[in-house]
Ligand binder design. Structure first.
Ligand code: ADP
Length: 262
């Protein structure tokens, strides 16, 4: 079954055309990396898939249904969105923040049920945040907070998880930890889209890559097909060598002196 079908998606911020006809289909629970230079339209694409922004033309179908025709509540049960960062004015604990993910399931004025509590506990266990449950979320480190936000989105029990730069501010250990968690989610039947900047980690962890430039997808497919020297030149204006990573057998980009890049 086609899980996500993006058809001729156009979006503009006033005069700025941020998406200029995006088309792709994803038919399996994969880890999809969205790569591209700053301003290429990655965040705008995520926000259109989530239904937060509405395109000027085109459509996004999730499991056959247009995202823009769904009730907000139904959308929240299907799609989880993890923004780059969130700040809470109030001193919420991590547990409170993850429980917010259950909002679409709660009836008005109803207290959370055992099912809600179990769902929160499961999401926090999966993201290794259960031991942070009583800590104030604003006082956590970047890596800890990122995992709490992922838990919050997971508590929605989504089929599609969208993450905007989930590892950009993390050290190597947490980067690998977060990517490994995301990879595990695909095995549990969640389709993951993540905006990523690290090309070599994307190459290792993603099953499929969408490479963007100026509001368009210039290449898509498995890392082998997308991470090429030619595409790196077009997308990022860099001269790189692309070799095989001898350990993972995935494409590895290297900047060498001969290319004048260092
Ligand atoms: P990326 O995530 O790849 O860095 P964005 O989707 O944030 O790219 O931005 C795509 C284009 O839209 C850029 O030209 C950016 O300047 C513009 N843009 C993004 N957000 C806004 C906004 N809120 N108002 C006006 N222009 C915006």
């Amino acid at each position: 079954m086609v899980l996500v079908n993006v058809e001729d998606l156009h979006f503009s911020y006033g005069m700025i055309q941020a998406l200029k006809g995006i088309n792709f289909k994803i038919d399996d629970y994969k880890m999809v990396g969205i790569l591209g230079s700053n301003g290429s339209g990655k965040t705008t694409l995520l926000k259109n898939i989530s239904g937060y922004l509405k395109p000027s033309k085109g459509n996004v179908f999730i499991m056959g249904k247009s995202v823009y025709k769904m009730r907000a509540k139904d959308r929240a049960m299907l799609i989880g969105y993890v923004p780059q960062d969130m700040y809470f004015d109030f001193e919420f604990t991590s547990y409170d923040v993850v429980m917010m993910g259950r909002t679409p399931y709660l009836r008005r004025f109803q207290r959370e049920t055992e099912k809600d509590v179990n769902s929160v506990k499961e999401a926090m266990t999966l993201t290794n945040t259960w031991d942070l449950k009583d800590r104030c979320v604003n006082e956590l480190s970047g890596g800890q907070r990122q995992r709490v936000y992922i838990a919050r989105a997971l508590a929605q029990e989504p089929k599609i998880l969208l993450l905007d730069e989930p590892i950009s501010h993390l050290d190597a250990k947490y980067q690998i930890e977060v990517l490994s968690i995301l990879k595990q989610l695909t095995a549990k039947g969640i389709l993951v889209f993540a905006v990523l900047h690290d090309i070599n980690l994307s190459s290792q962890f993603c099953d499929f890559i969408l490479l963007m430039k100026d509001g368009e997808i210039i290449s898509m497919g498995p890392p082998n097909e997308v991470i090429t020297a030619e595409n790196m030149k077009i997308a990022f204006s860099v001269d790189a060598d692309v070799i095989r990573n001898p350990i993972t057998d995935t494409p590895l980009i290297v900047f060498s002196k001969s290319k004048g890049m260092i």
